[in-house]
Ligand binder design. Structure first.
Ligand code: FAD
Length: 378
């Protein structure tokens, strides 16, 4: 299996690569350390059209294909995984569900601003009791005249600190899940404190409390009681995006290792001449090549709207696993210099671990893959 980018996709790759190298990479360590995202950088990402990649041109989106999307996310992640996660969540968990399930009015009111990055979006699906299982949410929905009253608390909401638009799930008294578009400035919306995460620290992750938030009926996304489908569909796109983040982190660690192996001299020769180091470099290259090939091919399949549930789960497990393995192997290539906090390898390792968890942790994904193979999934 191989993959060749089209000239247009190569152009997108070049543009995002140059931008990431020049504008994002120099700030990545500081952004991670402070766990704060600079407003100036958000503005530049918007100007480049990265916040509306999957949104239709009709609503001012860039309407790029999925391969260009994952190529862009990979390039961003190579420079700064927090940036790549911010952009991913905005595209797949905010723009995408509104594009696919929103009414014309919702698209005019919300998608247009989201697509140009005038507003940032996030999604609150996870709660303290419900992580891998969307159905266990405690957030309640009560119908009241022309509105829905939402009460609950969402956790781990990426972009929470910057977002003005949230896609939020809630459960009615019949146990049915609906999804709503919630504005940050609606009464009763409470943004929590920045979450002290181990990695992906600058993605603006916090909790979102809904204290009797009155959401107008016009803000119901899709059909009432049919929210699970919207969440599952968006989450599938998230698996693709997070896999691109993982491949980007792995590539960054790999490039650092190759450079170092060609510079560091021991026993009168560069360490790249030692077979043990060569084996590590080769293993990294093999894993990244395989993950990228799977990623691009699945991005193309998603474009064709083919059912690829099992393959996406395989991709997410594989790419996040090789990201952690590559980051760890690169520390070994560096020896003592890999054990320094200022070395980016430390950040790559922490960030890589996050890709194992977001968009469903890998243990659960492996269970889904096996159930699929064994014929237990409908
Ligand atoms: C950095 C970061 C950003 C995030 N961003 C968002 C966001 O923007 N919006 C949002 O809604 N959520 C977000 N999340 C939440 C994320 O999606 C959840 O953490 C994830 O779904 C797992 O839920 P959990 O942490 O509660 O783990 P749990 O579901 O409690 O799982 C704990 C462990 O049990 C395993 N497990 C659970 N069920 C099964 C099963 N059936 N079979 C086998 N193993 C199982 C899991 O694999 C895991 O290892 C984010 C999380 C992180 C870390």
């Amino acid at each position: 299996m191989s993959f060749t980018l089209t000239p247009e996709q190569e152009m997108v790759q070049k543009m995002v690569r140059e931008f990431s190298e020049n504008e994002i990479k120099p700030l990545a360590a500081e952004v991670d350390e402070k766990a704060e995202y600079p407003a100036e950088l958000l503005k530049k990402l918007s100007e480049l059209g990265l916040f509306g990649m999957l949104a239709p041109a009709k609503y001012d989106g860039a309407e790029t294909d999925y391969v260009s999307f994952v190529v862009s996310i990979e390039e961003l992640a190579k420079a700064c995984a927090s940036t790549a996660v911010k952009v991913s969540i905005h595209n797949v968990l905010a723009c995408y569900p509104i594009s696919k399930y929103g009414t014309e009015d919702q698209k005019e009111k919300y998608l247009r601003d989201l697509a140009v990055g005038k507003k940032i979006g996030g999604m609150g699906a996870t709660e303290t009791v419900s992580g891998s299982n969307f159905n266990e949410i405690l957030t309640t929905v009560k119908k009241e005249n022309d509105a829905f009253i939402l009460n609950g608390r969402k956790d781990y909401v990426v972009n929470c600190l910057d977002a003005e638009v949230f896609i939020v799930s809630g459960k009615d008294s019949d146990g049915k899940i609906s999804v709503f578009i919630v504005d940050r400035d609606m009464e009763g919306v409470i943004i929590g404190k920045k979450k002290g995460l181990m990695g992906l620290r600058a993605a603006g992750t916090a909790s979102l409390t809904l204290d009797s938030v009155k959401v107008p009926k016009e803000n119901l996304l899709g059909e009432e009681g049919k929210g699970e489908k919207i969440l599952t569909d968006s989450w599938e796109k998230m698996k693709l995006a997070i896999s691109a983040v993982a491949v980007g982190i792995a590539q960054a660690a790999f490039e650092e290792s190759v450079n170092y192996a060609n510079q560091r001299v021991q026993f009168g020769q560069v360490i790249g001449k030692f077979q043990a180091i060569q084996e590590k470099i080769a293993d990294m290259a093999i894993k990244i090549e395989a993950a990228r090939c799977l990623l691009y091919n699945l991005a193309k399949e998603i474009e064709k709207k083919r059912g690829v549930e099992k393959e996406l789960n395989i991709l997410k497990v594989f790419s996040s696993t090789i990201a952690v393995e590559t980051a760890k192997a690169s520390i070994r290539v560096y020896g003592g210099y890999g054990y320094i906090k200022d070395n980016p390898l430390e950040r790559f390792t922490r960030d890589a671990w996050g890709t194992r968890i977001i968009a469903t942790p890998i243990t659960k994904l492996k269970a889904l893959i096996a159930e699929n193979i064994l014929g237990y999934r409908k």
